[in-house]
Design a protein around this ligand. Sequence first.
Ligand SMILES: Cc1ncc(COP(=O)(O)O)c(C=O)c1O
Length: 370
Amino acid sequence: MQHAHAGLENPEYYVPGLPVDYVASRYGIPQSEIAKLGSAENPHGTSPLAKTAVEACLNDLHLYPSWTADPLREKIASTYGFQAEEVICGAGETEILSLITRAFCPPGDKIQMPGPCFPIYHLFAEAEGRTPVLVHSATNPETMALEVDTYINAIDEDTRVVYVTNPHSPSGTWLTEAEVRRIIEASPNALVVLDEAYVHYSDTEGYIHLASEYQNLAVLRTFSKAFGLAGLRIGFGVASKQIINALLAVKPTWNMGQLQIAGGIAALDDHAHVERTVQTIIENRDYVQNRFGELDRFRMVEGSRSNFFLIEILDPDTDSTKVFEGLLERGVIVKDGSVSFRGLQDRFLRSDVNLKPHMDRLIDALADLP
Ligand SMILES: Cc1ncc(COP(=O)(O)O)c(C=O)c1O
């Protein structure tokens, strides 16, 4: 029998948010009554323009797509002020994260990330024999925000990739442009990867423009969130041509199908869908924050600029797994911090911001827990 390399002897896999049908059948709750708040999906669904564009290309599926997804690359480039050669497209940001791990960090060297963070960063690093460095000391235990000086001090000579997530996951906290610049400028030997998956919900343009200024920066974005296309799998990165050329060389050749290319192009013009989504999230983030005032055993960690937030458990007699299970029984799916985010331990859960009835269900279920 052949064995995979040592890093793959006991691999750890990504733990996704639970699906509605699983919770419905396990707890006997009608699907329509379940609040799905564990996967940060779009409360208003698929971008209508993308749906129409995908339908229109169903007759062309016998044709190979452009292996670099050129029509989408060009659209992304013109939308954000880049050249097509400065863009790479992937099956979600997730695929681009795997390319970065392979292209920019030799085996054994370090990939730095805040602790806790999006688990894919460290799971891919470990699976590929790279060394993930989670800088837990840089997370302020009260605000859960990243302390930039501590984060910068952790960067070593053999750190090859430095992740910055803005807004951050799981906290939703936000870094200023000056703070992001400081991290980039403190990393001359590393590629800084600025993950802007949730940037729309910050109600800013984000910092994608920095990719034309710095040679050691890649900015990543996704169509899974504000565009409502998580099931189609489209993400992209912008960086210098040299960086993109290296990523293209390790990319599985035809990684983007016709449907992804057509859907992505149309979604970029679906301003109405994005605006409606962003408005809902911002409004309901305030709404749920107010409703948290009714609870004394739980605190919403404030300052989220994203479509999720952390819930801190103030009651010493319970923990995140008990609360997670209690919420499931009441038809509310969130993320158990101790399972979903390395280093977060058992005092936190992460919940999405979604439609008001779902927010009410969350608060009412938390209030109802024994
Ligand atoms: C911080 C962060 N980055 C990237 C992604 C990946 O998104 P996708 O692969 O769907 O583009 C996610 C998904 O949840 C995320 O939370």
